[in-house]
Design a protein around this ligand. Structure first.
Ligand SMILES: *[C@@H]1O[C@H](CO)[C@@H](O)[C@H](O)[C@H]1NC(C)=O
Ligand SMILES: *[C@@H]1O[C@H](CO)[C@@H](O)[C@H](O)[C@H]1NC(C)=O
Ligand SMILES: *[C@@H]1O[C@H](CO)[C@@H](O)[C@H](O)[C@H]1NC(C)=O
Ligand SMILES: *[C@@H]1O[C@H](CO)[C@@H](O)[C@H](O)[C@H]1NC(C)=O
Ligand SMILES: *[C@@H]1O[C@H](CO)[C@@H](O)[C@H](O)[C@H]1NC(C)=O
Ligand SMILES: *[C@@H]1O[C@H](CO)[C@@H](O)[C@H](O)[C@H]1NC(C)=O
Ligand SMILES: *[C@@H]1O[C@H](CO)[C@@H](O)[C@H](O)[C@H]1NC(C)=O
Ligand SMILES: *[C@@H]1O[C@H](CO)[C@@H](O)[C@H](O)[C@H]1NC(C)=O
Length: 776
């Protein structure tokens, strides 16, 4: 926080005004627009949805006066009821969740809900003021990896979760293409022009960023109708609770047809992104300084506001994973000005929300002076920068607190919605607090920006509390509370297991990128290097505690979910172990050993399949069912097929030819047996033959065979996939634990990049060392 003296010193400059009033003068209008009464009503309904039998025990009041400008809530027990008074609907929900979590040991999470309100409501009398102006949620990719097939019922639950966890600034990206469809038609594009541009539902985020086009498309009218309706429901609900929805603005990416419609306008073909070929890559990028940019940008915004209304915050990322064509500073300033002008010409109160990912991804292009040119091209406080992956590659220091523009400290954590236990708890425990308290801090919020959700909930729960925590927590004490909330009771054995996890696997501090690739989940090859930042023996020690406690927790949904996940993780680690063995055996041309290690490796897959199949949260069937249900409103068989294909392709090939192969892979029952296992069986049979015949391994031959017969075949498959779990999780987990117990004392990971595990643990590299940034 700024000290008073500094404020006085700075007060004369524009920068000073924006900083000293905590950006109130520029962001003051970004607040709930619905009445206090409507917010109260909305949050009452929320409480009723969460606790239908006890909602009458809660009295709520929204009162803007409380909190002195920041959101705040007060919870008191009054006449046997709990009264929550708070600054907005979201703040009431936050207070309600606070009471559920810390007074009733309950948890409302993504996949797990456990609520237990004592007959006599626990005493309470407290007021909490939230630390920052904003709690931001979503990555532009989350729509693709997690929400794409959701119905209103799923959204409704999730919006409740957002409000319970204090989020008040959230992307609302459905229905965008329906608006663009109208704009393109107005600008004389034909249906054909539009169809070759729109990608399928599962790939819309990357169409929107101009990374590619057309893949998995086109979009039917039924899709537009559905997503418009959904968007209106979502916006209505968010606004009624006091959440500020963020809409999109024109970033410059255009269908190919524009080039011939406007031959005299300066537009450049985008660079190829991730090997997508010319049929699917490279839309045009319209230079923001061109007149046409303003014309299209304003038409789009008007059309969008007519349909959805606005809360004045617009996301716009022109250079996401694509660099500007010149390094000229004046040009960069003009680009910024033009983008902002296309917003303010329509909505003078516009705030530009920019994902700061470009500064990480294109580190070398975005030198300090270029970043400064773009960032300061519009008035300070009119832009909000999302420091997108603050837990690993923070940019707020390197870019001098974004040269006076306010920013939000975001935990990204997950790429592609892959599974794998992982998290950086020390970092998220300490650094948001340090960043907020740094001299001249322009931090105005915390955020969650995962590409995919439904994994590692503990890390998100831990991070979210930064909304109001002002000191780092004792992790052991915290996790004991987490266990009680999630499982209903605590247990010494489990506290020990969880404490181990929090200090090891959930305490990642290195700069290697974690992207969900493990021996079991990669496409078969013999040059993959396994690694980890934790000791496998620690993981197995923790796993043992889960197994020993299992019978006592057999009725806990949360425990069973976590038991599946830690069993999955252990098998994943054993996969890495046998993979390294078979790799060595193949290199040594030792047929006998190879046969042994590879059959052990293959034995893991049925076990993985069984444990995952036993829990509803780990089933391919639900992902596919949700996709198909999306086509149901139109009874459109063609859409149904296309959506299933989109769903299957995104989590495997990611493109027609494996362009981003396995980036968003899922360790789910149905994927394990039909995809991961089948391709390894095929590869190992071939490798055995190669060894037996003393032949050489033809990489292209086997790659093509696997592509055709397993990978691509999986994406075309339309057979029914189970949507109901089967088998008893505890029995299966115990069998697996027993079966693989030989490995419990084996240290699986010993090195990374030639360094010992301990050396890697030290993590002395600088965030901004080029070699670190580039490391894949
Ligand atoms: C709640 O606490 C405040 C001060 O912290 C006190 O003034 C007030 O009387 C308390 N209310 C009840 C109902 O105990
Ligand atoms: C679209 O086409 C019509 C008819 O050819 C023409 O009058 C109009 O100017 C065109 N609009 C745009 C935006 O190019
Ligand atoms: C088109 O824009 C680029 C920058 O994106 C600029 O370098 C080039 O000179 C422009 N060309 C024309 C013909 O204006
Ligand atoms: C791009 O790949 C697709 C699918 O493999 C293929 O149908 C298409 O012809 C390719 N396009 C070009 C221009 O090579
Ligand atoms: C804070 O801002 C003031 C005024 O711009 C500057 O003199 C000072 O060096 C800054 N402090 C830090 C730690 O950046
Ligand atoms: C905790 O687990 C141990 C086994 O490790 C068991 O003996 C004990 O009864 C459990 N306690 C509770 C409260 O469940
Ligand atoms: C591989 O091992 C199995 C037993 O695990 C054996 O039946 C088979 O003959 C072996 N194959 C070769 C080629 O050694
Ligand atoms: C499709 O919709 C109909 C009527 O709304 C419903 O009965 C049916 O169960 C739905 N089918 C699926 C697969 O959801």
């Amino acid at each position: 926080m700024l000290n008073r003296q500094l404020c006085l010193l700075l007060f004369t400059s524009f920068l000073g005004v924006a900083l000293c009033d905590n950006f109130q003068s520029t962001l003051g209008h970004i607040k709930p627009k619905v009445s206090v009464y409507d917010q109260e009503n909305a949050v009452k309904q929320l409480i009723k949805r969460i606790i239908p039998d006890r909602y009458q025990d809660f009295i709520v009041e929204v009162n803007n006066e409380i909190g002195n400008g920041n959101d705040a809530f007060n919870i008191q027990k009054v006449n046997d009821k709990i009264k929550i008074t708070a600054s907005t609907g979201v703040a009431v929900a936050t207070g309600f969740n606070y009471y559920l979590k810390y007074f009733c040991n309950s948890q409302v999470a993504w996949q797990v809900t456990r609520i237990e309100i004592p007959e006599i409501l626990p005493q309470v009398n407290l007021t909490i003021t939230l630390n920052d102006r904003f709690r931001y949620y979503q990555n532009v990719c989350t729509t693709g990896y997690s929400f794409v097939w959701w119905s209103w019922e799923q959204w409704e639950k999730h919006i409740d979760w957002m409000a319970l966890n204090a989020f008040n600034l959230v992307l609302a990206f459905n229905g965008q293409e329906a608006i663009w469809d109208r704009v393109y038609s107005k600008l004389n594009l034909t249906q054909e022009d539009i169809d070759e541009h729109f990608s399928g539902p599962a790939f819309l985020p990357w169409l929107r960023m101009g990374n590619m086009r057309g893949w998995g498309g086109p979009l039917s009218n039924a899709w537009h109708v559905r997503s418009l309706m959904l968007q209106k429901q979502i916006l209505g609900r968010m606004r009624s609770l006091g959440i500020i929805p963020v809409l999109s603005a024109f970033a410059g990416h255009l269908p190919r047809a524009f080039k011939s419609l406007y031959p005299d306008t300066n537009m450049t073909k985008m660079e190829v992104w991730n090997d997508f070929n010319d049929t699917y890559c490279c839309p045009y990028f319209l230079d923001p300084t061109e007149d046409l940019f303003n014309k299209i940008g304003t038409i789009f915004l008007i059309e969008q506001i007519n349909e959805f209304g606005t809360d004045h915050v617009y996301n716009c990322d022109s250079f996401n994973e694509v660099d500007p064509s010149t390094k000229d500073l004046t040009y960069l300033q003009n680009v910024g000005k033009s983008i902002y002008k296309a917003m303010t010409d329509v909505d003078p109160k516009s705030i530009w929300l920019m994902q700061g990912w470009l500064f990480v991804h294109s580190f070398f292009y975005w030198t300090n002076e270029r970043a400064k040119a773009l960032l300061t091209s519009i008035p300070l406080g009119k832009m909000i920068v999302l420091d997108l992956q603050s837990e690993q590659f923070p940019q707020y220091d390197r870019l001098h607190q974004y040269y006076g523009q306010p920013y939000i400290w975001c935990m990204l954590h997950n790429f592609g919605g892959t599974l794998g236990i992982f998290g950086s708890t020390d970092i998220i425990n300490e650094r948001p607090i340090q960043a907020r308290n740094a001299p001249n801090s322009t931090m105005i919020g915390i955020g969650l920006t995962p590409e995919g959700i439904n994994q590692n909930y503990v890390v998100y729960d831990f991070m979210i509390e930064n909304a109001w925590r002002d000191k780092p927590r004792d992790k052991k004490e915290w996790v004991e509370g987490y266990i009680r909330r999630r499982y209903g009771q605590s247990n010494k054995t489990l506290v020990k297991s969880w404490s181990i996890l929090m200090e090891t696997i959930y305490n990642y501090k290195l700069l290697f990128k974690i992207r969900g690739h493990y021996a079991i989940s990669i496409t078969p090859k013999l040059n993959f290097e396994t690694w980890a930042w934790y000791k496998s023996t620690d993981l197995h020690e923790a796993w043992k505690g889960f197994i020993e406690s299992a019978d006592d927790f057999k009725d806990s949904q949360g425990f069973l979910h976590d038991l599946v996940d830690i069993t999955r993780q252990s098998l994943q680690v054993y996969g890495d172990y046998y993979y390294e063995k078979l790799k060595k055996d193949f290199k040594n041309k030792d047929l006998h050993s190879f046969n042994e290690s590879s059959s052990k490796f293959l034995e893991l897959f049925p076990d993985l399949q069984d444990i995952l199949a036993s829990n509803k949260d780990f089933l391919l069937g639900n992902w596919i069912r949700d996709a198909k249900v999306c086509a149901n409103n139109s009874h459109n068989l063609q859409d149904e097929k296309l959506y299933e294909y989109n769903a299957r392709n995104q989590i495997t090939l990611w493109g027609p030819g494996g362009e981003i192969l396995d980036y968003a892979n899922k360790q789910w029952a149905g994927v394990i047996d039909e995809y991961f296992e089948r391709r390894w069986v095929m590869f190992i049979e071939y490798a055995m033959k190669v060894l037996r015949d003393n032949d050489h391994l033809n990489k292209d031959y086997i790659k093509t065979k696997i592509f055709k017969e397993v990978e691509e075949a999986f994406t075309f498959d339309t057979r029914e996939v189970p949507t109901k779990p089967k088998g008893n999780t505890i029995e299966i987990a115990k069998q697996i634990h027993e079966k693989w117990s030989d490995l419990k004392n084996v240290e699986v990971y010993s090195k990374r990049s030639g360094k010992s595990l301990e050396e890697n643990f030290v993590g002395t590299q600088s965030f901004y060392e080029p070699s670190v940034i580039l490391k894949k």
